[in-house]
Each structure stands twice: as structure tokens, then as C-alpha cells.
Design a protein around this ligand. Structure first.
Ligand code: ACO
Ligand code: LMR
Length: 264
């Protein structure tokens, strides 16, 4: 009979062996002819399934809203400094991407993990926030450098408005809002930030769409797919900042002495 040589790689998301590449079994021609968008492509390559339009639209809104947030944030700053040091596009891009993490843009997965755990265990916002405080862990998805209770993040409002209109259920998001109400009673900077909004709303998307089993949702949350949304989105802005600096022929950046506290 036939002898199958052992393979060294297993891959389940795409296949380029036929006449045309397929994403999760969907041929490229269907993707183009049926007018799929980037949200559909993300659904196929990350989640291995076609999601309903309101889900792919939500993914696209996340990408658009997180594409950039000006030149002063950690990622753009790194990218700008790197581009001004004469480095190439990829170096400038990854320099900015490397700042994405627990404080900046990369709190989405942890926000989803902690909000899910707290909601599923029936913790009140008070019990949740105070238990985090006891453990010395900042609540992921809460807090912002410039946004305040009286100067909310427009991106959060836009995501919430979309989800309230189109999602069958927004129970995790409403829980995150209750957590925010409690944290805002403690300090005015402790708003629900864009990472927290996406983390909680993606839980609602996963649980409410009927497209995922419970073990699949647990696996997505455990592996941590959701920071990928910010990484992907912010790459758009970081690439833009690189081109901007090159176009403006900006010289090598050197931080001013006056802005450093030299001390022993
Ligand atoms: N949970 C609980 N308490 C908090 C939190 C939080 N998430 N954030 C701030 N505080 C409190 C703490 O008491 C903190 O004091 P501490 O330094 O003794 O812990 C106090 O507020 C002041 O905090 P600052 O460090 O001055 O706040 P800062 O403005 O520097 O931090 C940051 C902003 C990094 C976003 C912070 O709120 C945080 O760590 N949040 C959790 C991570 C997160 O969600 N990051 C994503 C932000 S959105 C984005 O990047 C796109
Ligand atoms: C961002 O999206 O980069 C911001 O929310 C972070 C910031 O400090 O403004």
C-alpha cells in the first residue's frame, strides 16, 4: 500500500496547493467575488470560520478605531525615533510594535480573561476590583493616561453603541461598564479604556454569535487572540508614521537635556 512520509508541520488555516489559495477552505476568487472584507479574512484565518456580517463589521471597526492615536503614544514614539535614526520600514514598524503589552494596547486578552472570570463567577464589581487590589494587580482594560470620567474615550463609546445595536447580548460589556462605574468612584482616570471595551465586547461576540462552542471560547481566551486586533490595527498607523518621518526628512532624534532630571 501507500506509505505516507511523516510531516514536520501541521497547518489548518490556509492551503496554496490548488489552482488558487484558500483561506479556511474558501477560495480566493470567492473572497473577491463575494465582496468579503478584511473582517471576513480575519475570521477565516484566525477563527477558521465565516462569521456573520455584524461580527466582521465589529472586527473592522476595532481595526479602524485602533489604527492610530497620534504621535505621542508609546508605539508611535518608538517608530518615529527609529525612522529618524535612518532605519527601514520593517525596523521602524517593529520598534513601535514592541511597546504593545500590558500597559499599552496589549491589555485586551487579560481584560477578557479577568472580566470573563469575574462575571462567570458572579463577582460584584466591588468584589472583583477589591480582589484585584488585594493581589496587587491593576485591572486590565481600566485606566488611561489622558482620558477621564469627564472626557471619555470616543472609541469606547462608538464600540459600545455599535454592539448595543447589533449584538444579541452585551452582558460582558455591561459588566465592564459596572466595573468602570465603581473604579470611577475611586479615581477619575479609571475609565474603561479601548482595550477593556474590545476585550469585554469580544467575549459578547464569541458567546452571543452562536458560532463558537464553550471550549472554543475558553481556548481563544486562554491562548489570547485578541491583542492581535490591536497589533494588526496599530501597524497601519505605525507604517504611516514611518512614511511621514521619511517624507518630512526628519533628522536624528535626540531627547533634550532640559527634559531629563539628572539626579543621584
Ligand atoms: N486598576 C486599578 N488601579 C489603577 C489602574 C487599574 N487598571 N490604573 C491605574 N490605577 C490606579 C493605581 O492606584 C495607580 O497607582 P499605583 O501606581 O500605585 O498603582 C494610580 O491609579 C495612578 O496610576 P498611574 O500609574 O498614574 O496611571 P497611568 O496614567 O500611568 O497609567 C495605565 C495608565 C498604564 C493605562 C494604567 O491605568 C493601567 O495600567 N491600566 C491597566 C492596563 C491597561 O488597560 N492598559 C491599556 C490602556 S489603553 C491603550 O493602551 C490603548
Ligand atoms: C492609544 O490608543 O494609543 C491610546 O489609548 C494610548 C494613549 O496613551 O493615548
Amino acid at each position: 500500500g501507500k506509505v505516507r512520509a511523516p510531516t514536520h508541520i501541521i497547518s489548518t488555516i490556509s492551503d496554496d496547493r490548488g489552482e488558487e489559495p484558500c483561506y479556511a477552505g474558501v477560495p480566493m476568487s470567492s473572497i473577491v467575488e463575494q465582496g468579503y472584507g478584511v473582517g471576513d479574512v480575519i475570521s477565516l484565518l484566525w477563527f477558521k470560520r465565516s462569521l456573520p456580517r455584524y461580527c466582521t463589521h465589529f472586527i473592522e471597526i476595532c481595526i479602524m478605531l485602533c489604527a492610530d492615536h497620534g504621535p505621542c503614544v508609546s508605539g508611535a514614539h518608538n517608530t518615529i525615533v527609529t525612522a529618524r535614526a535612518g532605519k527601514d520600514l520593517v525596523s521602524s514598524l517593529v520598534s513601535g510594535l514592541l511597546t504593545i503589552g500590558p500597559r499599552f494596547g496589549g491589555a485586551i486578552d487579560d481584560a477578557a480573561r479577568y472580566f470573563k472570570d469575574a462575571y462567570d463567577r458572579g463577582l460584584t464589581p466591588y468584589e472583583f476590583v477589591e480582589s484585584m487590589k488585594k493581589k496587587g494587580i491593576r485591572v486590565p482594560g481600566i485606566g488611561h493616561r489622558i482620558k477621564r470620567g469627564d472626557n471619555r474615550d470616543k472609541r469606547v463609546e462608538l464600540l459600545q453603541r455599535f454592539a448595543r445595536t447589533h449584538f444579541p447580548s452585551v452582558k460582558y460589556m455591561e459588566y465592564a461598564v459596572q466595573v468602570e462605574t465603581y473604579t470611577l468612584s475611586k479615581a477619575n482616570n479609571l475609565v474603561l479604556n479601548v482595550d477593556g471595551a474590545i476585550g469585554s465586547l469580544f467575549l459578547d461576540l464569541l458567546a452571543g454569535s452562536g458560532m463558537f462552542t464553550k471550549p472554543e471560547i475558553d481556548e481563544i481566551v486562554e491562548i489570547g487572540y485578541l491583542n492581535g486586533l490591536f497589533v494588526l490595527a496599530r501597524s497601519i498607523g505605525l507604517i504611516g508614521h514611518t512614511f511621514d518621518q521619511k517624507r518630512l526628512k526628519q533628522p536624528l532624534y535626540r531627547h533634550p537635556w532640559e527634559d531629563v532630571l539628572y539626579t543621584k
